[in-house]
Design a protein around this ligand. Structure first.
Ligand code: ATR
Length: 284
C-alpha cells in the first residue's frame, strides 16, 4: 500500500440479512481488520425480502468488494453467484460473496469449515474415525455436512423430527462418506462420540427428543446456537455425562475468519475475538 491509497475510500464489505440488527459480524470484522491492519469498512444492511438481488447489485455498483449473507438469503445468494466453491455447491447455500471487477459474483460457504475449525482447533475434538450424530436436517445442517464428512468420521447419522428430510439429506451426501439418516426414534442402541445440534429447537428453548445412553464415554457435544446461558441441549449433554458441552460462538467467529481470509488473503487470529464476545455475552 502506498501513502496515496489513504486518499481512496476503504474497501467496503457488509452483511445482509433480515433481521440484521443483532448481527455481531460488523464487530467481528472490525476486530479482524484492526488486528491485521487491513483498511476496510464493514456494515450491516437490512434487506427487504424480495430485494436481495437488487441490494447486492447496488452494493457492487458502489464499489463494494464482498458480502456476508445470513437468514433468509443464503439460498438466494447461492442462486445469484456466477461461480461457486465446491463446498458452497454442496451446501446449496452461500454465506460469503466476492464481488469481482466486471460484476461477476463468486459464492462460498464458510459455515462448515467454521464449525470444523472450532471443534478441532479451538476445542480439541477429534472427528476422524468417530461416530458423529447430527440433530436436524434444515439449511444449517446441510451447510456443514461436506466439511464434517471431509474429516473422515467412521459414521455420521442425521436425526430429524421429519425423518424424510434426514433421509433426503443423507442421500445427497452419500458419496462423501458413511452418512445415513432417520427419525429420533432410530436413536438408542448406538452411542455417539460427537453430537452436534443443528436444529432450531434451542431458539425456542426446546430440545429434540433424545434417549438416555446416547453418549459414548468422553463424548463431545456441540450446539450450533449460542447464548449467555448454556442452551437446553448443552444442559442435557452435561446431565448425560458429556466430557464437553459447548455452544456455537466459536463457529460464528471462525466462519467470519474464513470469509475474511478469502477476501483479504490474510488469516486473522480468532481466539481474542471469541474471548471478547464471550465476555460481552456474560455481561462483562
Ligand atoms: P435452519 O436454516 O436453521 O436449519 P430450517 O431449514 O427451518 O432452519 O431447519 C430447522 C431445523 O430444526 C429442522 O431440522 C427442524 O426439524 P423439521 O425438519 O422436522 O422441521 C428442526 N427443529 C425446529 N424446531 C424443532 C424442535 N422444537 N424440535 C426438534 N427439531 C426442531
Amino acid at each position: 500500500m502506498s501513502l496515496l491509497d489513504f486518499d481512496k475510500a476503504p474497501d467496503a464489505y457488509a452483511v445482509m440479512g433480515n433481521p440484521i440488527g443483532h448481527s455481531k459480524s460488523p464487530q467481528i470484522h472490525a476486530q479482524f481488520a484492526a488486528q491485521t491492519k487491513q483498511r476496510l469498512e464493514y456494515t450491516a444492511i437490512l434487506v427487504d425480502r424480495g430485494g436481495f438481488a437488487q441490494a447486492v447489485g447496488n452494493f457492487g455498483a458502489n464499489g463494494g468488494k464482498g458480502l456476508n449473507v445470513t437468514v433468509p438469503f443464503k439460498e438466494e445468494a447461492w442462486a445469484l453467484a456466477d461461480e461457486r466453491s465446491a463446498r458452497a455447491e454442496r451446501a446449496g447455500a452461500v454465506n460469503t460473496l466476492m464481488l469481482r471487477d466486471g460484476g461477476r459474483v463468486y459464492g462460498d460457504n464458510t459455515d462448515g469449515v467454521g464449525l470444523v475449525r472450532d471443534l478441532t482447533l479451538n476445542h480439541g475434538a477429534v472427528l476422524a474415525g468417530k461416530r458423529i450424530l447430527v440433530l436436524g436436517a434444515g439449511g444449517a445442517v446441510r451447510g456443514v455436512l461436506a466439511p464434517l464428512l471431509a474429516e473422515a468420521p467412521c459414521a455420521l447419522f442425521i436425526a430429524n423430527r421429519t425423518a424424510e428430510k434426514a433421509h433426503a439429506l443423507a442421500d445427497l451426501f452419500a458419496d462423501l462418506g458413511a452418512v445415513s439418516g432417520g427419525g429420533y426414534e432410530r436413536l438408542g442402541g448406538q452411542p455417539y462420540d460427537v453430537v452436534i445440534n443443528g436444529t432450531a429447537a434451542s431458539l425456542a428453548g426446546e430440545l429434540p427428543p433424545l434417549p438416555d445412553g446416547l453418549l459414548a464415554e468422553g463424548a463431545f457435544c456441540y450446539d450450533m446456537m449460542y447464548g449467555a446461558a448454556p442452551t437446553p441441549f448443552m444442559q442435557w449433554a452435561t446431565a448425560q455425562g458429556a466430557a464437553q458441552a459447548v455452544d456455537g460462538l466459536g463457529m460464528l467467529v471462525e466462519q467470519a475468519a474464513e470469509s475474511f481470509t478469502l477476501w483479504r488473503g490474510v488469516r486473522p487470529e480468532t481466539a481474542p475475538v471469541i474471548a471478547k464476545l464471550r465476555a460481552q455475552l456474560n455481561g462483562a
